[in-house]
Design a binder for this molecule. Structure first.
Ligand SMILES: *Cc1c(COP(=O)(O)O)cnc(C)c1O
Ligand SMILES: [Zn+2]
Length: 451
């Protein structure tokens, strides 16, 4: 069986190469830019290899009731749109995807929006959207005969990579900056058997070392320069369109760190439109933390501006990225779909996260930038009455329990960060309290908490 229909096209100079020809760092040999997976067979309406939209919608829905392992994956269920393997039998899956789409009624009411939803990618096997990308890229690594995979990360990428590598019977290497360890996430990499090395440098330093290693040793790089990760990460766009009965929402709001995920979702919607699966695409907006906002600065600087990296500071560690690899792809998604790119403060993130918690859902701090950003888009009139909105929640609330506890204890934010938000924060805090071991003391404690 030969399912493989893809080529790699350089995002900078449009040079085209076959998948196995890519350099170990996935940069274009001519211009140094990133590649994008491309399916030339889809370009012509009459082409034999062009998928038929009506048949696909039916097939994808049927697969949800199938007992085949590949069909039960919310990524590989859509495999006609990611023909990246020579044989789909090589796919490594943990039954990722098929994540819930929740209505946010409380937040929707507060914002005057009847149709506000959260697509919760934190409900994936390792607790973040990174699983959808990892099932795709690690399967390619396995098919090409690699025994080792590696990434530089302190967080969700390493957790996802280690899980899928373990599943495949492969070895994984995680490089992390010494002293800047997100323990909750790193514990997963350890549990899944990764070799974890702490280097005396920052994230960029770890990546530099890793790039030298993959040039010398047969180790497959799984950082988000790897274009196959984006093929898996585009599938939530398909799930969203399917959930809306192929009438897409007006807005999709995504957190921006390395900017691969917003790029991937934009690619998913674009391909669906080109193939006639949907008639239009949502406006895709990217929200960054104010202390790690290089895309906001770039798009705000106007035509001809140069992209500049920043020194990143935010407690939303998953988006603490100053030099995002996929900025060019994400900038194009925002521009082509008519979305916006803006940033939110530490207090705004913390408040939004607590509000999502009160919906019974919860998420990582990095995911909460979506609701914080929506409030701003609503205030500036970019999201209108009657618009339907989907927030992409990227990670599970238990990934970063320290953050949540610090918020409720009141130790998360410095006074100058909380300035102007004190009343709202006090209304959201639910710190555990010490009360006497008597019914009357407990009943009294129940009375003085906001509803
Ligand atoms: C990786 C990650 C992000 C950022 O995604 P990018 O593709 O790097 O922009 C946001 N939230 C969570 C929870 C993540 O793990
Ligand atoms: Zn190029």
């Amino acid at each position: 069986m030969n399912d493989n229909l893809h080529t790699l096209r350089c995002f900078g100079c449009s040079a085209r190469i076959s998948g196995p020809e890519a350099q170990p760092d996935f940069r274009c040999a001519d211009c140094g830019d990133l590649f994008e997976v491309d399916y030339p067979g889809w370009a012509h309406r009459q082409a034999q290899t062009r998928p038929n939209p009506g048949a696909l919608k039916w097939l994808w829905r049927e697969r949800r009731c199938s007992s085949e392992l590949l069909d039960r994956s919310g990524v590989w269920r859509f495999r006609e749109l990611l023909p990246i393997l020579d044989n789909f039998g090589n796919a490594i899956t943990l039954q990722e995807g098929n994540t819930p789409l929740y209505q946010l009624s409380r937040a929707g009411k507060a914002l005057g929006l009847d149709q506000l939803y959260a697509k919760h990618q934190g409900m994936n096997p390792s607790g973040s959207f990174k699983d959808t990308g990892m099932t795709a890229a690690l399967s390619v690594a396995r098919e090409r005969g690699f025994q080792w995979v590696a990434c530089a990360s302190t967080g969700n990428t390493s957790a996802a990579m280690a899980a899928y590598a373990a599943r495949a019977g492969m070895r994984s290497l995680v490089l992390i900056p010494e002293g800047k360890i997100a323990w909750g996430k790193l514990s997963q990499a350890m549990d899944y058997g990764a070799v974890t090395c702490q280097l005396k440098t920052d994230f960029d330093g770890c990546l530099r070392v890793l790039l030298e290693i993959v040039r010398e040793a047969p180790i497959y790089l799984l950082n988000s320069m790897n274009p196959y990760r984006l093929e898996g990460q585009k599938t939530p766009a398909l799930e969203i369109a399917e959930a809306f009965d192929w009438n897409v929402p007006d807005h999709l709001i995504v957190p921006g760190g390395n900017l691969a995920n917003s790029s991937a979702l934009g690619k998913g919607f674009k391909e669906m439109k080109e193939l006639g699966l949907v008639a239009r695409v949502p406006k895709i907006s990217v929200i960054q933390a104010a202390g790690a906002n290089p895309l906001v600065q770039y798009l705000g600087a106007g035509v001809g501006a140069e992209f500049k990296s920043v020194e990143a500071h935010t407690r939303a560690t998953a988006i603490r990225i100053g030099n995002p690899a996929s900025w060019k792809k994400a900038a194009r998604v925002v521009e082509e779909t008519g979305g916006w790119c803006l940033d939110v403060t530490e207090a705004e993130i913390a408040i939004a996260k607590a509000e999502i918690g009160l919906e019974g859902i919860g998420c990582e701090p990095a995911s909460a930038v979506t609701l914080a950003g929506l409030k701003k888009l609503r205030a500036q009139g970019s999201v209108a009455n009657g618009d339907s909105v989907v927030l992409l929640l990227t990670g599970h609330t238990l990934k970063d329990a320290d953050y949540t506890i610090d918020f409720h204890r009141g130790t998360l934010l410095r006074p100058e960060e909380a300035a102007g938000h004190e009343a709202v924060i006090d209304g959201l805090r639910r710190n555990a309290r010490v009360v006497d071991a008597t019914p009357s003391a407990v009943l009294a404690a129940m009375k003085d908490v906001p509803a």
